[in-house]
Design a protein around this ligand. Structure first.
Ligand code: GDP
Ligand code: MG
Length: 442
């Protein structure tokens, strides 16, 4: 995967202060290849890599976050941004009903299927959609939509193959208005490639209907080619969004990135199968993870971010500012946060500060078992002892050892570790909570 490759690239980078032009170059080569492999358009890749380069070069190399992961995080964030980030990609139905939606695209892209899926999606939102077949060229195209309508129990306008598409659309609109439909979904004809005749026909329909949405249906399996086609449709028709179909196959979906980058139009839905419920509202971050093939790494980073509670860190900072103290209670809270994140081994290095603190402490990282013991020992202390460990004398140590089912040696060892941690935390304190968190957010 990309993250493995980046880890290799960055092995030699460890121990250096900042990422330089040189060492970022190798990493970006891998990023470039991964994107091209995922069918992202080469021009889009070029611009994108440039952007990542300028963001990565000069970035501090964090001790605790592998540089490969740092670059991945930057790449991921920039890609999500490129895909529109957390933009609202929902259907625009803000018009007087019946609101017209028109699906366009090449033959076989999945228009007719997507019409059915979309109708089902809208029905689920308590809308009353009318399906309108306007593909009079392909034999059985009308029947195909009628079959879907029957399966979904959604009405399909009774178009005839002998009618002109423009007439069908006009009549269907009148029919929908008279019969109280909220939305009209128009299934249009496609060709194997863009041709003038088809475009003129579609322009005519668009001008007649003034659709609120013109959704370009793109087959994810067609890869790079989908970009040129999308651009062609957008130039002639002014599309409002994209449905990316067949993402259930091997295609990584890089086409979506390119289409958005080139046309500026958002992907609104993805098709994930032939069945009529196989339609998903688009999520930029999911697609980006799929493209980069790095779900795991990201989940880990996200988990670390979510679990390493910013509030707790800040509370600690505040407290230390006031009293200059980091006590055993705080120590235990920090350990609990680490535990919440699951496997220690995999996660320790993701946490700036804590990973470092643990390593600097004698004996490197404690195992899960050790953690439990440490917690048991701290639990057996009185609040006073937790607030001020210096009062823990010999007899208190004996009591604590007994209470926690451990030995005096283990209590001693913990207190020694804690004093060392206290020192490290005092150093880290100078960074402030922002400095600590920055590490994780990359
Ligand atoms: P149209 O020519 O654009 O109307 O395309 P169709 O809707 O007739 O679909 C062409 C083929 O692609 C059909 O066999 C569909 O079942 C299939 N198809 C459409 N969407 C998807 C999808 O999201 N996943 C998969 N696997 N197949 C799809
Ligand atoms: Mg069709």
């Amino acid at each position: 995967t990309l993250s493995d490759k980046l880890d290799l690239v960055f092995k030699k980078l460890r121990g250096q202060g900042v990422m330089t032009e040189d060492n970022v170059k190798d990493a970006l080569r891998e990023v470039r290849l991964a994107l091209l492999e995922a069918d992202v358009n080469f021009k889009v890749v070029k611009d994108f890599v440039e952007k990542v380069r300028s963001r990565a070069v000069g970035t501090e190399v964090l001790q605790s976050l592998a540089p490969g992961q740092q670059v991945i995080k930057i790449v991921h964030d920039e890609l999500v941004l490129l895909m529109g980030g957390s933009e609202d990609n929902s259907l625009d139905l803000a018009a007087k009903p019946p609101v017209a939606i028109m699906l366009v695209g090449l033959q076989g892209a999945g228009k007719t299927t997507s019409c059915g899926k979309l109708a089902k999606h809208l029905k689920g939102q308590r809308k009353k959609p009318l399906l309108v077949p306007a593909d009079v060229y392909r034999p059985a195209a009308i029947e195909q939509l009628k079959v879907l309508g029957r399966q979904l129990d959604i009405e399909v306008f009774n178009s005839l193959a002998t009618q002109k598409p423009l007439d069908i659309c006009r009549e269907a609109h009148r029919y929908a208005t008279l019969n109280g439909f909220d939305v009209i979904i128009f299934d249009t004809a496609g060709r194997h490639q863009i041709d003038d005749y088809l475009m003129e026909e579609l322009e005519g329909i668009r001008d007649e209907l003034a659709p609120r949405e013109i959704l370009f249906v793109a087959d994810a399996m067609t890869g790079q080619e989908a970009v040129n086609v999308a651009q062609g449709f957008n130039e002639r028709l002014g599309i409002t969004g994209v449905i990316l179909t067949k993402l259930d196959g091997d295609a990584k979906g890089g086409a979506a990135l390119s289409i958005k980058a080139v046309t500026g139009k958002p992907v609104k839905f993805v098709g994930l199968g032939e069945k009529l419920d196989a339609l998903d509202v688009f999520h930029a971050d999911r697609l980006v993870s799929r493209i980069l093939g790095m779900g795991d790494v990201l989940t880990l980073i996200e988990k670390a971010q979510a679990t390493f509670d910013e509030k707790e860190t800040e509370r600690l900072q505040q407290k230390m500012k006031k009293s200059g103290q980091f006590d055993l209670e705080d120590f235990r809270n920090q350990l609990q946060q680490i535990k919440k994140m699951g496997s220690l081994e995999s996660i320790m290095n993701l946490i700036p500060g804590m990973g470092k603190a643990m390593k600097q402490m004698q004996g490197a990282q404690p195992s899960e078992k050790e953690l439990k013991r440490i917690e048991a020992i701290i639990d057996s202390m009185t609040p006073k002892e937790r607030a001020n460990h210096t009062i823990i004398n010999g007899s208190r140590r004996l009591r604590i050892a007994k209470g926690s089912g451990t030995s005096i040696q283990e209590v001693n060892q913990l207190l020694k570790r804690f004093t060392e941690a206290q020192k490290v935390v005092k150093q880290l304190q100078k960074m402030g909570p922002k400095g600590l968190m920055k590490g994780m957010k990359g």
